[in-house]
Design a protein around this ligand. Structure first.
Ligand SMILES: Cc1cc2nc3c(=O)[nH]c(=O)nc-3n(C[C@H](O)[C@H](O)[C@H](O)COP(=O)(O)OP(=O)(O)OC[C@H]3O[C@@H](n4cnc5c(N)ncnc54)[C@H](O)[C@@H]3O)c2cc1C
Length: 542
């Protein structure tokens, strides 16, 4: 018998869980296909579990980029989730929405479409507001009635307080809310998608409450290979199920792609939607020529500053031996102690070139020496601290292409980080700014030595070299199936997230972004899923 449902959602990540919940609330029958595992796992719930996912875990796929021309030909590893909840099940949980200017820019781009859909901040704020139950704030910017738990970290290391005070000595305002009245400016404590040491992912917020809903058909470990068409109308998907069996599933209404910015363009291209010439090179028959598929790849570049402490400060060794047992027991018995910390407790948004303009650099402070693929072997594990500087509005653009027509092959990815000369200039200015915070104020008092970048004869050229050596993804690929104006040849989606020229197909994940938001991307991805859900339920009557 043919498998069918009213809607098929492909990818149970941030956006996929959100759109599924909207459809279920409108009483539709939904099949949600997720290639990865269940999110029911101790490491996923543990706040600092994030650090276990950066380098090696079954809950992530580690995509390798092409050698990056502007980063001394280094390959970047881009982890992407392989678990229900997607990135929100493995990420650092920092809760950030982006700023009004991000979405007002989208609105300027998109309102020229015939549908004239409003994407301005005033329209989107209720999506962000209604998404959360904020344990601290309840006002016109924040609600305490949404499904996503948002809170401050219950445990803060003393180095984190020092970071905030040192950055304040540089003239940066200390703020209590990065998502409030004057968002993404100043220095302060982050809020997290977490409550009392428990991660609050898109799966927890949007799928857990529906687990017993007979209209939800959740398929874990089921990988979508491609779409099935009847002329230019999508009628279903081909997939490999958890037993390795190849099958088909049909949708009576629509299929919604939410597999993230690296896989969504891959599925579109494998299904014959993309640049005709590129598809023919891979022996794929082009059904709809949309040259923008896979183009416009954006990501936030990040670069570390690392310092050794002059005492036993920070979290070094807190996850080992007797300390680990002590911290674990304290958490289990009282729900207190360092286990409540995600590890990244505070940060800042600044403009190192023009302080009165919008911020273009975000900083993350970690009260330990941050070990990733680039720093392992370069710095020794020790007592210390790291500040990661991230460019929030990169001008560089990369791409995702197919390596072959085989669905099992990973896509070819070129992030092109720092390709645009202004990106490098901004990164260097951001690094120089936060280096000062390691040299003065209470943080400066606890630094024995700045390890990265090497301080010998450090001028802007040397900082630029350091950036090229260490810049990597901040894990936010976006934009590879962008919404765009009707007259933009590279736009893949219209302003209601429908794939141009194809019936019954939408994309609602980070790929849909015309321009990447400044700051972290989970909340924006969930907003995209919720908004797509509203388009679907308003456009399609029961
Ligand atoms: C290590 C890491 C740290 C991060 N830290 C933060 C942070 O602190 N704060 C923040 O806001 N954001 C953070 N992010 C970013 C954020 O999590 C992502 O931007 C967001 O999850 C993207 O949402 P999405 O819906 O586009 O894709 P995803 O959430 O990645 O969801 C895509 C889903 O599709 C599934 N899938 C893939 N291929 C297939 C297929 N063929 N068939 C079926 N299913 C498939 C995947 O398994 C995944 O579950 C981080 C991300 C990572 C990876």
């Amino acid at each position: 018998m043919e498998e069918r449902s009213e809607f098929i959602v492909v990818g149970g990540g941030a956006a996929g869980c959100a759109v599924t919940s909207k459809l279920l609330k409108a009483n539709f029958k939904v099949t949600l296909f997720e290639a990865g595992y269940s999110n029911n796992n101790f490491l996923i719930n543990w706040p600092a579990g994030f650090f276990k996912f950066i380098n090696k875990s079954k809950f992530a796929t580690y995509h390798k980029t092409k050698p990056q021309k502007h980063l001394y030909n280094r390959e970047n590893i881009v982890p992407q989730a392989n678990v229900l909840g997607g990135g929100t099940s493995i990420n650092a949980q920092v809760y950030m929405r982006g700023r009004p200017e991000d979405y007002n820019e989208w609105n300027d781009i998109l309102r020229v479409n015939n549908d004239n859909v409003d994407w301005s901040w005033d329209t989107l704020l209720p999506y962000f507001r209604n998404m959360e139950t904020n344990s601290t704030f309840n006002n016109e910017h924040h609600s305490q009635e949404g499904p996503l738990q948002v809170s401050h970290c219950d445990y803060i290391n003393e180095l984190t307080h020092d970071f905030i005070n040192s950055v304040a000595t540089l003239g940066v305002e200390v703020v209590d809310d990065f998502n409030g009245e004057n968002p993404q400016k100043g220095v302060g404590y982050y809020q997290f998608m977490n409550n009392k040491g428990q991660r609050s992912s898109a799966a927890n917020a949007y799928i857990d409450p529906e687990k017993n809903n007979p209209n939800l058909d959740l398929r874990l470990n089921s990988t979508i290979k491609n779409l099935i068409f009847e002329n230019n109308k999508v009628i279903g998907v081909e997939f490999v199920n958890n037993k390795g069996i190849h099958k088909k599933h049909f949708a009576e209404k629509e299929v919604i792609l939410a597999t993230g910015s690296l896989i969504t363009p891959k599925i579109l291209m494998l299904s014959g939607i993309g640049d005709e010439k590129e598809l023919s090179e891979k022996n794929i028959k082009c059904l709809q020529h949309l040259p923008g598929v896979g183009k416009n790849l954006m990501d936030h570049p990040e670069c570390p500053l690392i310092a050794k402490a002059n005492g036993k400060y920070g979290y070094f060794k807190q996850g080992e031996g007797w300390r680990m047992i002590k911290n674990g027991l304290e958490f289990l018995i009282n729900r207190t102690g360092p286990i409540n910390s995600v590890g990244v407790e505070a940060g800042a948004f600044i403009n190192p070139i023009n302080s009165s303009d919008l911020s273009y650099i975000q900083a993350f402070f970690v009260p330990s020496i941050y070990m990733n693929a680039d720093t392992i072997g370069v710095v020794d594990p020790d007592y210390g601290m790291s500040i990661t500087t991230v460019m929030t509005k990169p001008k560089s653009r990369g791409y995702v292409k197919l390596k072959s027509s085989n669905y099992e092959d990973p896509p070819e990815i070129n992030l092109n980080l720092l390709k645009h000369p202004e990106d490098l200039k901004m990164m260097v200015a951001g690094q120089r700014f936060f280096l000062k915070s390691l040299k003065q104020g209470p943080l400066g008092d606890k630094v024995e030595k700045i390890i990265l970048p090497d301080q010998q004869n450090l001028d802007d050229e040397k900082i630029a070299e350091h950036c090229k050596k260490f810049v990597r993804t901040n894990y936010h690929p976006a934009g590879t199936a962008k919404m765009g104006a009707d007259n933009d040849a590279l736009s893949v989606l219209d302003s209601k997230m429908r794939v141009r020229g194809i019936e019954n197909l939408r994309v609602c994940d980070m790929s849909a972004m015309p321009v990447i938001n400044s700051g972290n991307t989970s909340a924006p991805a969930m907003m995209l899923g919720l908004r797509c859900g509203d388009f679907l339920t308003n456009d399609i009557n029961k």
